[in-house]
Design a binder for this molecule. Structure first.
Ligand code: NAP
Ligand code: ZN
Ligand code: ZN
Length: 349
């Protein structure tokens, strides 16, 4: 076992603080990665603060992991020392069910083993990327395009794939009108990817504050959801809305912005149940759907797509010692547009 410096939440009520974990000795199919950067996803906040229930502590969050391969097991064929590598939201799955066979491991019938706040097949807790090292089976590790800046690539591993997958599944592309609801970590990746796919992109944000940013990121326009006129102007406008908002909203109101036969896909995960007036669904044959991240094959496809289009995240690099402040700023929608932890800072902890 390798002792590894990390940052952990000891409970839902305590700030994250230095902690030591042990990483397993590499097995024959394992890849050992020196973590260089890890993004801060809003999910890290939901889970360390136990907003969804069922959190297990101590918790080392982080599932937007990029780093350099330092060693590989004897049977590894996909990676070699020195390679750039990424790890996203899960580190294993059953590998046998129909979804695993189809490259949709995130929907594994047994379970996807989440990168943190989970237990592996040996019933050991999994610890995420707020740490110096990680050891993962090669089949669950991604190749990060060499020419992309490594720090700004980290958020692709969750925010990037979480938007890429529904945008592809619901055919965002030329001639399609796509709405991105919430311009945060997920939302800003959605704007970049939907624009690169050739769709018309409109951001729906709480205010007009992020209008300039939205345009710069590739959006055609931004409308404020605090302005009731937005809901008449954009009634039945969208083929697809991807809802990235992390708190409860009146979903029925947003469904009114979707065309007949269009869809609103929810990726943001509020802690409270949502009540929905079904009339906008029925009267527009609209679909209300959900989506979680993407499988390994699709995540690699997304990374290659981002490599081709030179898409990375807009990041604010932070030392790990400021992670609790960063969390508070994410909750206040005060991040442009993703915090990424410089893991080198862990040495000083
Ligand atoms: P984030 O950076 O905090 O972005 C969320 C955005 O939602 C904010 O920037 C804000 O955008 C908007 N928003 C926040 N509070 C709001 C409110 N009260 N009313 C209306 N809009 C509000 O978070 P994130 O990392 O993108 O994650 C978003 C959600 O997706 C979280 O719940 C997270 O757990 C979930 N998630 C899901 C998946 C998945 O696979 N389904 C993957 C990763 C994360 P504006 O300022 O533009 O309004
Ligand atoms: Zn995430
Ligand atoms: Zn499976």
């Amino acid at each position: 076992m390798n002792k590894t410096k990390a940052y952990a939440a000891a409970s839902a009520k305590t700030p994250l603080a230095p902690f030591t974990i042990e990483r397993r000795e590499p097995r024959e199919h394992d890849v050992c990665i020196d973590i260089k950067y890890c993004g801060i996803c809003h999910t890290d906040i939901h889970q360390t603060r136990e907003e969804w229930g069922g959190s297990s502590f101590p918790m080392v969050p982080g599932h937007e992991i990029v780093g350099i391969v330092t060693a590989v097991g004897s049977k590894v064929t996909k990676f070699k020392p020195g390679d750039k590598a990424g790890v996203g939201c899960f580190v294993d799955s059953c590998r046998k069910c129909p979804h695993c066979h189809d490259g949709l491991e995130q929907y594994c019938d047994v379970r996807a083993i989440w990168t943190y706040n989970a237990r592996d097949w040996e019933d050991q807790p999994t610890f995420g990327g707020y740490s110096e090292r990680i050891v993962v089976d090669e089949n669950y590790v991604l190749h990060v395009p060499d020419h992309l800046p490594l720090d700004a690539s980290a958020p692709l591993l969750c925010a990037g794939i979480t938007l890429y997958s529904p945008l592809r599944h619901w055919n965002a592309g030329p001639g399609k009108k796509v709405g991105i609801l919430g311009l945060g970590g997920l939302g800003h990746m959605g704007v970049k990817i939907a624009h690169a796919l050739g769709a018309e992109v409109i951001v729906l944000s709480q205010s007009l504050k992020k209008q300039g940013d939205a345009r710069r990121l590739g959006a055609d326009a931004l409308y404020a959801t605090s302005d009731e006129a937005t809901f008449t102007k954009l009634a039945k406008h969208f083929d697809l809305i991807v809802n990235t908002v992390s708190t409860g909203l009146d979903w029925g109101k947003y469904l009114g912005l979707v065309k007949v036969d269009g869809a609103m896909v929810v990726v943001g995960v509020p802690s409270e149940p949502i009540s929905l007036q079904p009339r906008p669904l029925i009267l527009g044959r609209r679909t209300l759907a959900g989506s979680v991240i993407g499988g390994i094959r699709e995540t690699q496809e997304m990374l290659d797509f981002c490599g081709k289009h030179k898409i990375v995240s807009d990041i604010e690099l932070t030392p790990i010692q400021k992670v609790n402040e960063a969390y508070d700023r994410v909750v206040k929608s005060d991040v442009r547009y993703r915090f990424v932890i410089d893991i080198a800072s862990l040495k000083a902890s």
